[in-house]
Design a protein around this ligand. Structure first.
Ligand code: ZN
Length: 87
């Protein structure tokens, strides 16, 4: 079944929220040159991000779903910037 606009917009917003949480916790940082998010592979920061997500889940999302989203986004982010790797 094709995704509706509503649904894909909700997913993008959710992803933006998770990235914010990860940045706030210091679990990811942006490449200074290209702006790509990079995983810092810091287990403490990752734990902190999950705590932030638990304290402040987005509206309409359960705690479990909020934490799962943060983990998902973190999994999808590599530890290197794709553009730096190409150089
Ligand atoms: Zn880069």
């Amino acid at each position: 079944m094709p995704m509706t606009m509503e649904r894909s917009r909700a997913i993008r917003m959710l992803r933006g929220w998770a990235i914010n949480v990860l940045q706030e916790a210091g679990a990811i940082h942006e490449c200074e040159e290209h702006g790509w998010a990079k995983d810092r592979a810091d287990p403490h920061a990752c734990q902190r991000a999950i705590e932030i997500a638990e304290q402040d889940p987005p509206s309409g999302l359960s705690l479990d779903e909020a934490v799962a989203e943060v983990r998902d986004v973190l999994d999808s982010i590599g530890d290197t910037c794709p553009e730096c790797v190409e150089e």
